[in-house]
Write a protein that binds this ligand. Structure first.
Ligand SMILES: *[C@@H]1O[C@H](CO)[C@@H](O)[C@H](O)[C@H]1NC(C)=O
Ligand SMILES: *[C@@H]1O[C@H](CO)[C@@H](O)[C@H](O)[C@H]1NC(C)=O
Ligand SMILES: *[C@@H]1O[C@H](CO)[C@@H](O)[C@H](O)[C@H]1NC(C)=O
Ligand SMILES: *[C@@H]1O[C@H](CO)[C@@H](O)[C@H](O)[C@H]1NC(C)=O
Length: 671
């Protein structure tokens, strides 16, 4: 009887061998090492000293391709070393805070002790010192404590930006409760949805929003306790006026028997996401600290810097990165109820601001203002934020004489954050190429159709090469506060943002959903929100690219681009909606400009001029793309003026009448 090896055994053996070979350094690497060893031996044999031998080996290393790495090392070492220093300091600081159960309230009290009479916030020409903030938030904390609000309870906060808004969540934090920071632009269903999604016990709203609350009252759970801060209007059913009640409350620190831990939730911030209703993301104390701390250090802020903040405080940019500079570091922050392009530089001059915050839209609004001597008459040295388009980056710096742009990329809830800390034009940030293990944030290849990560034969994701677009991901490491993903209040939503086997088998990572490109030095450039490309005439069209071009041609007006389906055509035809309140868009000029800046397939087939912005803008000045896409190009359903690219007349834009619409849909008119 012959010896027969079972098939499964052979398979197992083959798999083992393959694994073994994989775990060895790659073949090229081994060859290189061999070359170095031989060089060293030969030089030693020839009787050379150690110095020459080492020099020889180094030369061999350079010749065998090492010069590439040396070049990267030379250019990026100072940058990476500085970032590493900030990272290590942040980790040490967080360790000690975690040990002593330090939280944001504790950090605020430290700032308060150091500078009780320094101005913390300036709002509508009123100055609030740190002591004012402390005493007012103590009153609120004591009041809610008496009303039975305890650690872990959630209170929804629905107010316009003001110091009261900050005092409100700070007060809740003082008794271990959690504020749900609700976007003050929300109305009706979406407002009620956010309050419900947070499982809020009570809601505090600003008097300025009483109409919105009255309107949505029947949608918000009937036994919800409502408090109004500010101007009280008794129209809202079952709401109490908070101001007189607070007058009787003590301004001494509340009886906090359960001190919140460093890793406990501080508040909820809602992220809009690309689909569906807003999701409540949990911001824990340590994340608030880490985000404010790292930006402060990476952007070389000093504690004397004065920040002018026009961003809403219910989002991370204004509410954490802006407000955090005041609470954690003692910077003075000027809070504005709303952004105003015409008052922006006047305010910066008046308040001696040295830093401003932006989002891409703000930068564009400022550039679209008529030039004025005020443009350069301020002391603003640093502008930080995200979404500054590379196309207007340098124009923005030059016109407003701003020496440093601090662009960053990061999701409220994510762990894949990058920061452009050395004024590199166009980059949203960088990751280290010298020691990628130290900062496991990278780009991976994704399937263009499904948007899912592509994987190698072992099921592990594939890293992008320099210049190759990919999705930004951040490795999740349990127990490391810098690398954890705190998730949403809704657990299902959390699991959708995580994928397994990314850097290696068995690990997991947070998916940002955004496409970036990285250069050989590790600088990253924003490309697209995944899904924000569409195919037309067999080509990829990047909506961001079209938007940037259109916006440049029409003098920095807001524009959004999206794909719409035309019956009988593959893919989606490009459509661009331009905000045009004063009917000043010159369509011939647009058509000419597009011919110069975009390939034919990317030039929008349809143009829509939006007369009224309100119903099409979100709270952060973004046009509502999904709504526009749904409304598409049917003239009987859209009241705005619409135009189509007429190929018969050389690609100029002609009015989209009902007849033209019919002809396009039944295929008699080609586009
Ligand atoms: C701004 O600075 C000037 C001079 O440095 C000072 O006189 C003025 O009071 C400052 N303004 C504010 C609002 O602090
Ligand atoms: C631009 O800013 C720098 C300092 O950031 C300042 O020295 C220079 O005078 C400013 N230029 C103008 C034209 O105001
Ligand atoms: C901060 O300072 C470092 C070193 O002085 C410099 O290289 C870097 O560009 C600065 N970054 C910002 C954002 O000011
Ligand atoms: C579209 O883009 C993807 C990468 O995002 C690329 O792989 C593909 O080749 C592109 N297709 C065309 C037709 O350019």
């Amino acid at each position: 009887m012959g010896f027969e090896m079972p098939k499964s055994f052979i398979f197992r053996l083959a798999r083992r061998l393959r694994q073994l070979v994989r775990s060895l350094p790659s073949f090229k690497m081994s060859m290189r090492l061999a070359v170095y060893a031989v060089t060293a031996l030969v030089l030693r044999e020839l009787g050379h000293g150690w110095f020459l031998t080492l020099l020889g080996v180094f030369t061999a290393y350079l010749l065998s391709g090492g010069y590439k790495f040396m070049r990267i090392l030379y250019y990026t070492f100072p940058r990476d070393a500085r970032a590493l220093k900030v990272l290590i300091n942040a980790k040490l600081k967080m360790k000690s805070l975690a040990k002593t159960d330090g939280n944001i309230v504790y950090l605020f009290r430290q700032t308060l002790r150091k500078m009780p009479y320094k101005t913390c916030f300036i709002f509508e020409d009123k100055k609030w010192t740190f002591k004012d903030i402390d005493e007012y938030s103590n009153k609120i904390a004591n009041f809610f404590y008496e009303k039975g609000v305890r650690q872990g309870d959630v209170v929804a906060i629905y107010m316009e930006s003001s110091p009261d808004f900050v005092c409100m969540w700070l007060a809740l934090a003082k008794i271990g409760a959690i504020g749900a920071l609700i976007n003050f632009n929300l109305r009706m269903e979406s407002l009620a949805h956010c309050i419900k999604a947070a499982n809020a016990k009570m809601t505090v709203y600003g008097g300025e929003l009483d109409k919105a609350v009255a309107e949505a009252r029947s949608l918000i759970c009937n036994d919800m306790t409502l408090y109004c801060l500010g101007t009280y209007n008794s129209d809202v059913l079952q709401a109490s006026h908070l101001d007189p009640l607070l007058q009787q409350a003590s301004n001494m620190p509340p009886p906090t028997d359960h001190l919140t831990k460093f890793k406990d939730p501080l508040f909820y911030i809602y992220t809009s996401g690309t689909t569906g209703l807003p999701k409540a993301a949990i911001v824990i104390n340590s994340r608030f600290f880490y985000m404010s701390y790292s930006l402060h250090q990476m952007f070389n802020m000093t504690d004397d810097d004065i920040l002018y903040c026009t961003l809403p405080l219910y989002h991370t940019a204004g509410g954490v990165l802006g407000v955090g500079q005041a609470l954690v570091f003692g910077n003075t922050v000027i809070i504005k109820r709303k952004f105003s392009a015409s008052k922006h530089w006047d305010d910066c001059i008046k308040y001696n601001a040295t830093m401003i915050q932006y989002i891409g839209e703000i930068a564009r609004y400022l550039l679209a203002q008529p030039e004025s001597p005020k443009d350069k008459a301020h002391k603003v040295r640093l502008a930080f934020g995200n979404g500054l388009r590379p196309q207007i980056w340098e124009a923005f710096m030059k016109r407003f004489n701003i020496s440093v742009i601090g662009e960053f990329y990061g999701a409220t809830e994510g762990n894949a954050n990058v920061v452009n800390s050395d004024n590199k034009v166009g980059a949203v940030g960088f990751t280290t190429m010298i020691a990628p293990q130290l900062y496991p944030v990278t780009l991976i290849r994704v399937d263009e159709q499904t948007g899912l990560p592509l994987r190698d034969e072992n099921g592990v994701c594939i890293k992008c090469k320099p210049g190759e677009p990919g999705e930004l991901v951040g490795k999740i490491i349990k127990g490391d506060p810098l690398r954890e993903f705190d998730g949403y209040v809704n657990k299902d939503a959390s699991s959708k943002k995580i994928t397994q086997n990314v850097f290696a088998k068995g690990d997991s990572a947070f998916l940002t959903g955004d496409t970036l490109v990285m250069d050989e030095f590790g600088y990253m450039y924003f490309r697209d929100r995944t899904g924000d490309t569409f195919r037309w005439r067999g080509e990829n069209v990047s909506t961001a690219e079209v938007e940037a071009s259109v916006s440049n041609i029409v003098h920095l007006k807001d524009a959004v681009c999206y794909g719409v389906e035309i019956p009988g055509n593959e893919g989606r035809a490009g459509m661009v909606a331009i905000v045009d309140e004063h009917q000043s868009v010159d369509l011939d000029h647009l058509a000419d400009g597009l011919k110069k800046s975009l390939p034919a397939y990317a030039r929008p087939v349809f143009v829509r001029l939006i007369k009224s912005v309100d119903e099409h803008m979100t709270g952060t000045f973004k046009l509502k793309k999904t709504l526009l896409r749904k409304e598409a190009f049917n003239p009987s359903e859209v009241s705005d003026a619409m135009f189509f690219k007429d190929v018969m007349s050389g690609g100029s834009y002609k009015p989209l009448t009902k007849d033209v619409y019919e002809a396009i849909c039944n295929g008699t008119k080609r586009v």
